[in-house]
Design a protein around this ligand. Structure first.
Ligand code: NAD
Length: 449
C-alpha cells in the first residue's frame, strides 16, 4: 500500500489542480462516454472512494447496490449480501480504488468491500493528504465518492471535475464562503465538460419529498410565504484523544467539533433541512440574522463549535425561513421541515393540507435515498445527460454558512456579504503535527472577515 506522504501539503496547493487537467483527457480517452452525450445502459462505472470512514464505506456499498438495482430492480438489495459485489461487477459497477489519510480507516472500508466480493488491490489504496490526487490519476476511475470531513470537499470536487470524473459529494459542500464559491465553479465546469455531480442531500432523491415538493412548486398551497427547518437532537458521536495523536490527527478523527473541518453543526447537519427549504422556494435566501451559542456542550472534547442556533432568513421575495438546530442532551427533539402558503400548509415531506379540502398524503413506497442518489446519478450518466446538483448544494451550503457567520459575529448578513467574504478556515499546512484550536466565536466580538 502507498504510505503517508511525509511532506506536508501547503493549503494553497489543494486548489492548484492544473496538473490534473491533463488527466481529464486521459480519462476521457479511456472512457469516451465521460465527455460524450450518448452512453450505453451498462457502460462501466469505476468508483474511487476518497474518505473511507462511516459514510464513505456506506456510500461504497450503496453504489454497488445501486449498480445492482439499476440493472436488476427485481432482485432487491442488502448491504450484507455477499453477492452484491459480484452482481454489481457483472453489470459494470465496481469500486476500484481507496484514499484516506489514516490506514486503519482505509483498511476497515477495504475489509467491508472484500466481504461483499469487491477486493481492492494494494496498489489502488493510497494514504495521506495527497491520496486524492493519486486516485484521480487512475485513468479507469470515472466516478468518485467524496466523503472526507467537509473542509476538503471544495478542493477534492474541483480536482475531480478537472480530472474528468463524475462526482458524488457528501454534504455539506464546504465550510467557508471561499470553499462554497469553488463548489459553484466546479458545478459550472462539470456542466461544460458533461460530467455529473450529485450531492448527499439525499432528500432530493427520496420519493416522498420529491413528490410533495413537486406539488408545492406547482402551487398546491398557493404562494409560499414561510418555510421552517429544524434539526434539534442530543449529542452526536465524538472521539476522545489518544496518546501519541498530534493535534491534527485528533481534530481529523473528531472533526465534527472543529469549525474549520465541519463548518459547525448548522452547516454539517442542519444543511439537510435548510436545503429542503431552498428546494421548495427554488432559490436561496438573501439575508440572515442568527443567534447561537455554546451553552451545555462546553468540554474540550467538543472543540470550538456551538451547540445551538436559531435563524431568520429572508428570501428576495420577502418570504422567510425560520430555522433551529440544537445538539444538547435532554431537550425536545425535532428533525423536520414545514411550509405555509396562501392556500394551505405542508410538511414538505408527505403531507399537504389545503384549507377547506381533504388532506393529501404520499402513498408511494419507500425508496432508500442513499441508494437512489447513486441510481439517479448512474442512470443519468448512462443516458448521456448527467445530473448536476453543484449549484443547489453550493447555494444551500452557503446559506448555512451565512447563518453560522451571522451567529458567530452577531451581525445580520446578506448574500453579498458572503460572496465578498475572504474567510478561509484552512490551516497553514496539512500535516499531522501541532494545530492550535481557534477560540470559540463570541457574538459582537468575532469580526466579520
Ligand atoms: N448524507 C448523510 O446523511 C450523511 C450521513 C453521515 C455523514 N455524512 C457526511 O459524510 C462526510 C463524512 O462523514 P463520516 O461520518 O463518514 O466521517 P468519518 O470520520 O467516519 O469519515 C471521514 C473519513 O475521511 C478521512 N479523511 C479525513 N481527511 C481526509 C483527507 N484530507 N483525505 C482523505 N481522507 C480523509 C478520515 O480518516 C475518515 O476515514 C461528512 O461530510 C458528513 O457530513 C453525510
Amino acid at each position: 500500500m502507498a504510505t503517508l506522504d511525509p511532506n506536508p501539503v501547503p493549503r494553497r496547493d489543494f486548489l492548484k489542480t492544473s496538473t490534473l487537467g491533463a488527466l481529464g483527457a486521459a480519462a476521457a480517452a479511456h472512457f469516451p462516454f465521460v465527455t460524450t452525450a450518448h452512453a450505453a445502459a451498462d457502460d462501466p462505472i469505476r468508483v474511487a472512494i476518497i474518505g473511507c470512514g462511516g459514510r464513505g464505506t456506506g456510500a461504497a456499498l450503496n453504489v454497488l447496490g445501486a449498480g445492482t438495482k439499476v440493472v436488476y430492480p427485481e432482485t432487491g438489495y442488502h448491504t450484507e449480501d455477499a453477492g452484491v459485489g459480484a452482481r454489481a461487477a457483472a453489470k459494470n459497477v465496481e469500486v476500484v480504488a481507496l484514499a484516506d489519510v489514516f490506514e486503519d480507516r482505509l483498511q476497515r472500508c477495504r475489509t467491508q468491500l472484500e466481504r461483499v466480493g469487491m477486493p481492492i488491490p494494494d496498489d489502488h489504496c493510497f494514504l495521506g493528504f495527497d491520496a486524492y490526487e493519486k486516485v484521480l490519476a487512475i485513468p479507469q476511475v470515472n466516478y468518485v465518492i467524496l466523503a472526507t470531513p467537509p473542509h476538503f470537499r471544495p478542493a477534492h470536487t474541483l480536482a475531480a471535475i478537472q480530472a474528468g470524473k463524475h462526482v458524488f459529494l457528501e454534504k455539506p459542500a464546504a465550510v467557508d464562503p471561499q470553499g462554497a464559491l469553488v463548489i459553484l465553479e466546479a458545478g459550472r465546469l462539470a456542466k461544460e465538460k458533461g460530467l455529473g455531480i450529485v450531492a448527499g442531500t439525499q432528500r432530493r432523491h427520496q420519493g416522498d419529498y420529491v413528490e410533495t415538493i413537486k406539488r408545492l412548486q406547482d402551487g398546491a398551497i398557493g404562494d409560499i410565504f414561510e418555510v421552517r427547518a429544524y434539526w434539534n437532537q442530543g449529542y452526536i458521536w465524538s472521539v476522545e484523544r489518544e496518546p501519541g495523536w498530534s493535534d491534527m490527527e485528533w481534530q481529523l478523527r473528531n472533526w465534527n467539533y472543529f469549525t474549520w473541518l465541519s463548518g459547525d453543526h448548522i452547516v454539517e447537519q442542519h444543511l439537510h433541512n435548510i436545503d429542503v427549504c431552498n428546494w421548495v422556494m427554488g432559490t436561496h435566501p438573501v439575508k440572515a440574522t442568527s443567534l447561537g451559542g455554546r451553552q451545555a456542550r462546553v468540554e474540550s472534547l467538543y472543540g470550538n463549535v456551538y451547540d445551538h442556533f436559531a435563524t431568520e432568513f429572508e428570501y428576495a421575495n420577502g418570504a422567510r425561513m425560520f430555522s433551529q438546530c440544537r445538539q444538547i442532551q435532554g431537550c425536545s427533539n425535532n428533525v423536520s421541515e414545514g411550509a405555509t402558503g396562501t392556500k394551505g400548509v405542508s410538511n414538505c415531506c408527505n403531507f399537504i393540507q389545503v384549507h377547506g379540502a381533504e388532506a393529501w398524503r404520499f402513498r408511494g413506497g419507500f425508496t432508500n435515498p442513499y441508494e437512489q442518489e447513486h441510481i439517479d446519478l448512474i442512470n443519468s450518466i448512462r443516458a448521456g445527460e448527467p445530473l448536476n446538483e453543484g449549484q443547489a448544494v453550493g447555494e444551500s451550503t452557503l446559506t448555512a454558512i451565512m447563518a453560522r457567520m451571522s451567529a458567530y459575529t452577531g451581525k445580520t448578513l446578506t448574500w453579498d456579504d458572503l460572496i465578498q467574504s475572504k474567510l478561509d478556515l484552512a490551516p497553514a499546512k496539512y500535516e499531522l503535527g501541532p494545530l492550535p484550536i481557534a477560540p470559540v466565536a463570541i457574538p459582537g466580538k468575532t469580526p466579520l472577515i
